[in-house]
Design a protein around this ligand. Structure first.
Ligand code: ACO
Length: 368
């Protein structure tokens, strides 16, 4: 069904000043900066400020205190986290708490929405481990407070830097599925909370933000570097997709994969709870690229962002079923910027479908 229209591949559906994904060159530009210029150098708050510039009245030069205050503000919603929600997957529980925030288009709403995935994910993951939520500390940077709220103890400087590098690397990425969903909702003037909820819902799928958890399951299943090729071939024989590989736009290596591999290396093998993990991931990567090139020579399937995301978030001790929630902590900045840009464009997104169903039959008797 759908034929050549499946997936809207190659269709340009928006003009944006926010980011460009150059799939042939393997280059990501965020508002005039390459990812290399930003990753490992800028904080998440600075990149959010970069993305939001011109889209809000009264936008402060430094978003750090404002996002910190918003973390404290939304923490009150954690009281709604009941046993039924804790039993749901973290993304569903975090999304449900986010849905309690009121809709609006102003900066205050944007700040609350930016704080929400961080504060709610930390509370949800702690509740799942039967631990009480840790209140935010507005004086800290976003990455530092995320780790502190999640663990209940301060993180090392290298860990904070690694999380910041991740949040910056994935804050925005052209018209990906969740950003498109957020823009469609924004175009109806439903409000930023509604747009962010649409983004969260799209991000949760394993073909988009839900891949890094399965990446870690794959590494566990492979076990040792020498098993990689046999395991990967068996997975493809079963018709499975190899998580962490392939991309709709990139035909070369995803530049975010390099940024995150660097961040994993900087963090140091010693801080990884599972020694040898980086060597295993590199062996799986090399074997997967070789097998995919043999099996799909017509398609250039390369490493995407999710392989090293899985490794990094595992090293930072986030539970694997909450990896997509950590992705949302970053991408929410991009969704909000895109939603505001779409609102400014002012036009409802309403494409058409081509009907390929049966024609009404002549002289059909009326239904009883
Ligand atoms: N493993 C095995 N085969 C693959 C993979 C993969 N990872 N990716 C694509 N293919 C195959 C498809 O099965 C398809 O084969 P067919 O034509 O015989 O049916 C062909 O390659 C299609 O390739 P593309 O058109 O490049 O893939 P598409 O654009 O439809 O999908 C996607 C992109 C969803 C990311 C895909 O590569 C995939 O499922 N990857 C694994 C999941 C993953 O890592 N997701 C995270 C993506 S990054 C992000 O969203 C943040």
């Amino acid at each position: 069904m759908g034929g050549e229209l499946d997936g809207l591949e190659g269709v340009v559906a928006a003009e944006t000043v926010l980011s460009e994904v150059d799939g042939a060159a393997g280059r990501l530009i965020i508002r005039g900066f390459t990812l290399d210029e930003l990753s490992g150098r800028w904080t998440f708050e600075a990149v959010a400020r970069l993305l939001w510039g011109g889209f809000f009245d009264g936008l402060p030069d430094d978003l750090r205190p404002a996002i910190g205050a918003a973390r404290e503000e939304v923490f009150g919603e954690v009281r709604a986290l009941d046993a039924a929600l804790v039993a749901r997957p973290p993304m569903e529980a975090m999304r449900a708490l986010t849905a309690r925030l009121s809709d609006g288009d102003d900066l205050a709403t944007a700040l609350r929405l930016t704080a929400a995935p961080a504060v709610f994910t930390a509370a949800v993951t702690r509740a799942r481990a039967s631990e009480a939520a840790v209140a935010p500390d507005a004086a800290l940077g976003h990455a530092e407070d995320i780790l502190r709220m999640t663990r209940g103890a301060p993180a090392r400087r290298a860990e904070v830097a690694a999380l910041d590098a991740y949040l910056v690397a994935v804050a925005d990425h052209g018209l990906n599925a969740s950003t498109f969903a957020a823009r469609v909702v924004a175009s109806t003037r439903a409000g930023l909370t509604s747009s962010v909820l649409a983004g969260l819902s799209a991000l949760k799928g394993p073909l988009h933000g839900g891949a890094p958890g399965p990446v870690i399951e794959m590494l566990d299943a492979v076990g040792e570097p020498r098993n990689a090729r046999v395991w990967l071939e068996a997975a493809l024989d079963r018709g499975d997709r190899l998580m962490g590989f392939g991309h709709r736009v990139y035909r070369v290596r995803d530049p975010r994969a390099d940024a995150l591999r660097r961040a994993v290396k900087d963090l140091g093998e010693g801080s990884n709870r599972l020694p040898g993990r980086l060597a295993l991931a590199e062996a799986v990567e090399a074997a997967a690229l070789a097998v995919l090139a043999e099996r799909k020579p017509e398609r250039s399937l390369q490493t995407n962002v999710e392989l090293y995301t899985g490794l990094l978030l595992e090293a930072l001790a986030f539970p694997r079923d909450a990896f997509a929630c950590v992705f949302a902590m970053a991408r929410v900045a991009g969704w909000i910027a895109h939603a505001r840009e779409q609102q400014a464009a002012g036009r409802l997104i309403r494409p058409q479908s081509r009907y390929v169903g049966p024609e009404p039959a002549e002289g059909r008797p009326a239904a009883a």
